[in-house]
Design a binder for this molecule. Structure first.
Ligand SMILES: [Ca+2]
Ligand SMILES: [Ca+2]
Length: 451
């Protein structure tokens, strides 16, 4: 899909969202400073067909590149920038309601890369931190932002010389692609209060006394994702997406370089509209290793058991046990009130900090095993047959697993997602380009009122 729409990126310099006197070393700064941002793509070396762990990064098939530039000369620190995006291609639609966008940022001034510049990416409202890192010795910061598919803008903030520089980043069609940002700056480096010396100022550091941690990023930023499975695989399902439903969120602790140093994941079983029984499992990418603790709790939050686990080579761990034991109601009948099921909390400490691009996209490889059939059911877009076909897309082009925001309500038994969400068909028949917020418009008569 070649996109002809011209992306316009504005940049602006204004007061930081939070004034930080310690950041504003207002020594005489008469010289005008030059900042330019160059944002270029950097995905060419990533081959999705050869490395399934990186498949989520690229959607080059039919994709296109696009660049834009901007500048500012009317403020204290004039700057300009260039943005090159790889756009979403065709044939990549795997029923995802969120997107993870790798971002590489380079801060340079006329003397070269600037080390130790704080780079922050927020949502458009400026309320949620999507990523943060300080630039390395070459001026680079690399990370991933994860947002809902219908989010159109993110904001890059570069804290530089006591000034915050803003660039609006149009992410409308930048889906699962790598974006590299190169920022060029010329200025002095500010001194800031930083008790643990990790480069993140005390008043921004989520862990101001811990040099190994700087930022906590929640995925999703608020609430949960709901993950719904159909369990008839390899047969086509009945599209009620209520056979096994969990809700999940993640907390990623990042170091000052923006790499993962701890992952906490929370799971709760919330529906079982099925005769089959299931177990819930998680696998992290092959190259990720470390130690984990898993705590399982009953429906009222009382701890049932705790396990210490080693994670390596993509080994899957069982998050929740047999589904007939982890929830006391199907939560799919019209005369039922919602009943909470069991939950589990996973705390993972990697052996070494993990780049977010390596970790991949939340909820990672979260899958069920159907105990009655012996089959595993994974998200589409992860496992492929020898002929290249997606192992988890059925003959009608439909997945067996779906992840949606937490206010999505699964269909009642004997209803289906087409009844419950009339815009769902627009969405998937357009390969995700139309009705991206289809889950905002349920038909109450067809969906279970779970809040
Ligand atoms: Ca700090
Ligand atoms: Ca810290």
């Amino acid at each position: 899909m070649q996109l002809s729409r011209s992306q316009v990126y504005t940049n602006r310099i204004m007061e930081p969202v939070r004034k930080k006197d310690t950041m504003r070393k207002a020594t005489g700064r008469a010289g005008r400073l030059l900042l330019s941002l160059l944002i270029v793509t950097g995905v060419a070396s990533c081959n999705s067909s050869e490395d399934p762990n990186l498949a989520w990064l690229v959607s080059l098939d039919g994709g296109s590149s696009q660049s834009s530039t901007g500048q500012s000369t009317s403020t204290e620190i004039p700057f300009s920038y260039t943005i090159d995006n790889i756009q979403q291609g065709t044939g990549d639609f795997v029923f995802e309601t969120n997107k993870s966008i790798p971002v590489e940022i380079l801060v340079e001034d006329p003397d070269g890369g600037v080390e130790g510049t704080r780079v922050l990416i927020r949502d458009a409202n400026g309320e949620r931190v999507l990523f943060r890192a300080i630039t390395d010795a070459e001026g680079n910061a690399t990370g991933v932002v994860t947002v809902n598919q219908d989010e159109q803008t993110a904001v890059i903030e570069v804290e530089y010389n006591g000034q915050t520089l803003y660039v609006d980043l149009d992410i409308t069609d930048v889906v699962q692609t790598t974006v590299t940002l190169v920022i060029r700056v010329r200025a002095d480096v500010s001194e800031v209060a930083d008790a643990d010396g990790d480069g993140i100022p005390d008043d921004e550091d989520d862990y101001p006394q811990d040099p190994d941690r700087a930022t906590m990023v929640r995925v999703p930023a608020e609430g949960f994702y709901r993950v719904a499975y159909e369990d008839l695989y390899p047969k086509r399902g009945d599209a009620d997406f209520n056979d096994y439903v969990v809700q999940v969120y993640h907390e990623q602790d990042l170091n000052a370089s923006g790499k993962l140093v701890e992952l906490r994941s929370y799971y709760a079983h919330i529906a079982k509209g099925a005769g089959y029984d299931h177990t819930l499992h998680l696998a992290l990418p092959d190259v990720v290793s470390g130690e984990a603790t898993l705590v399982r709790k009953d429906a009222s939050g009382v701890e049932l058991n705790s396990e210490n686990l080693s994670i390596s080579s993509g080994n899957a761990i069982e998050i929740l046990g047999r589904s007939s034991n982890t929830i006391s109601s199907s939560n799919t009948d019209r005369n039922q009130s919602f009943v909470m099921g069991h939950s589990a909390e996973l705390t993972f400490l990697p052996d070494a900090p993990v780049a977010l691009q390596t970790l991949g996209k939340a909820p990672y490889d979260l899958f069920i095993k159907v105990l009655n059939t012996g089959h595993e059911i994974h998200f589409a877009g992860r496992y492929f047959a020898e002929d290249g076909s997606d192992q988890y897309i059925d003959s009608a082009g439909f997945p067996w697993a779906l992840m949606v925001p937490d206010y999505w309500q699964w269909p009642y038994e004997r209803a289906n997602i087409h009844d419950g969400y009339p815009a769902f068909d627009d969405w998937y028949l357009s390969a995700g380009t139309a009705s991206q917020n289809w889950y905002d418009s349920p038909v109450a008569d067809h969906v279970f009122p779970a809040n």
